[in-house]
Design a protein around this ligand. Structure first.
Ligand SMILES: [Zn+2]
Length: 290
């Protein structure tokens, strides 16, 4: 049984209470907020013990709420994504096309926007990215891509900094790679911007952990630490961002991921454990159910 998992999920449960409070405070913004807060209070309230695929027993949440940006739901789904990404890394590395390729991360930004315009802004971003990935200069060097939408919340005035974290597998060396400046100009062209957008490029470490950790980081569209101190902007984001797609895979990664998902079907373990824990809000701890 993993003690550290219990420690981690207890901390996240405590953090989630903060978001619940934000939703109650800003209940007048959206009639769904009180309903969301009530669901969040029950999220991962029960932990049950289940055998893992490796035969070891571990705690898993019996139920999670599904409220957008819920940190507990993210934590609950993390092992599933983690396993998928490790498999994806193995599959990518076995492919002939990826020999002498390397992973890089691009952060593609645009100017900040008001939360009320976020749907249209993200639609423009998605169209811009689709144009970018189809540019000849990009097709010549990129063999695989995963794109994750992040909502930067850096001020409490209802403005957001939407941006993409993109993990790319690019051909190197031998062929000339694109420089930061070239990427920036291609992104500017694809997005049809009248200004030079900020863009960051870095090489990823060589291990499969580096790859998986980057993708897991990408999946969390809002970081809980950004929510604290920016409660109003977060409430506006939640109010305006319903049904926006958060991530998408392209090229080899798209193919690899869809093969893995097909293989997983039918192997879901729904055993119910016989020892369970329940979160005690007053004591801020998970305690055994008597
Ligand atoms: Zn939840």
């Amino acid at each position: 049984m993993s003690e550290s998992y219990l420690k981690k999920i207890t901390k996240i449960k405590q953090e989630t209470n903060l978001i619940e409070d934000i939703l109650r405070t800003y209940h007048y913004i959206n009639p769904d907020f009180v309903h969301y807060a009530n669901k969040m209070r029950e999220c991962c309230q029960h932990l049950v013990i289940q055998p893992n695929s490796d035969g070891l027993y571990r705690y898993v949440p019996a139920w999670s709420c599904g409220v957008p940006f819920c940190p507990l739901c993210f934590q609950k789904n993390k092992p599933k994504h983690e396993a998928t990404f490790y498999s994806a890394h193995d599959c990518l590395m076995q492919r002939q096309e990826t020999k002498s390729c390397r992973f890089i991360e691009l952060i593609l930004t645009i100017e900040a926007c008001q939360a009320k315009n976020i749907k249209q802004v993200v639609k423009n971003l998605a169209e811009g990215f689709a144009r970018l990935i189809n540019l000849k200069q990009v097709r010549d060097v990129v063999v695989s891509a995963s794109k994750f939408l992040h909502y930067g919340i850096t001020a409490n005035d209802g403005w957001l900094q939407p941006h993409y974290h993109v993990i790319l597998l690019v051909k190197a060396p031998g062929r000339r790679s694109l420089s930061v400046y070239e990427w920036q100009q291609l992104w500017k062209e694809a997005m049809r911007l009248g200004y030079d957008p900020k863009l960051y490029l870095q090489a990823l470490g060589k291990t499969n952990h580096d790859f998986v950790n980057k993708l897991l980081y990408g999946l969390e569209a809002v970081h809980p630490k950004d929510i604290q101190g920016n409660a109003y902007s977060f409430a506006q984001l939640l109010n305006h961002s319903k049904n926006i797609q958060k991530y998408r895979h392209y090229l080899l990664m798209k193919e690899v991921i869809s093969n893995i998902k097909r293989d997983y079907q039918g192997t879901v373990n729904d055993d119910r454990g016989n020892l369970s824990l329940r979160y005690d809000a007053a004591k801020r701890l998970y305690l055994p159910v008597k």
